[in-house]
Design a protein around this ligand. Sequence first.
Ligand code: UDP
Length: 294
Amino acid sequence: MCRNLLDAGHDVICADNFYTGRRANLADLQGNPAFELIRHDVVNPLYVEVDLIINLACPASPVHYQSNPVRTLKTSVFGALNMLGLAKRLRVPVLQASTSEVYGDPTIHPQPEDYRGSVNPIGIRSCYDEGKRCAETLFFDYHREHGVDIKVARIFNTYGPNMRPDDGRVVSNFITQALRSEDITIYGQGLQTRSFCYVSDLVDGLLRLAFSAPEVTGPVNLGNPYEFTMLQLAEQVIAKTGSSSKLTFLPMPSDDPQQRRPVIDRARTLLGWAPKVPLDAGLDRTIAYFRQFA
Ligand code: UDP
């Protein structure tokens, strides 16, 4: 995101508390006079002068967001309030990174934006799901009450280089395990499905939305509609890495969505966006990146 904005000629202030982000991912931007990196947590107010706000803050891996659930809720809710307050004061657009998790374990498949979801309010995923749902509510109330120019993106599973090897999500887990010849950890029977979007496609979609006309508020699904089971993903990663890893089956975490695939008609129509990088090519690039950690 930072690199794309800088390449397009913008100045960028990047705020990160480094809870899951890593300075090393931005090392090549240090020294660029158009780039400023500040250690900041969105739970606290931020006072800067900018023309556009993109709020991506919140750990997104279940392992990370569940390790400190109250903090996760504060990040989504206080973070949204602080960024909306800043947008209101500066009169600038603000984009919220929402999530397919607002659909919970969906009973409608694939998921269009007008589906209201099937979310457990008291489960182990609720700190993330309900935090993000509350943030969406705040965005639309600031829009209706104060006329703030909002953009809400619902991001589906995304992967690619610069993920942490210990991120805990499925793509980084499977690749790291395959490269180290460790067992591949399948939760449940591995028949649950997901649809994975390569990071460059996602950033392109987010920026199209960020710079869209004020009447485009969203929510807009951003994701790759190509759907597959976690078992298929494991087999593909083993084949691509030539790994001797075996599959091991572990208990399914509670409330783990059984199926997930975005309807992206809205993004196509409003933003002229569709993902371009197929899973095959995206996995090759991601495996090449993870080799340094094996
Ligand atoms: N998963 C798995 N093995 C792992 C990590 C995840 O089988 O080592 C499964 C998990 O149960 C879920 C899917 O892969 O059904 C995607 O999990 P991830 O944590 O990447 O993202 P989620 O979509 O659940 O937030």
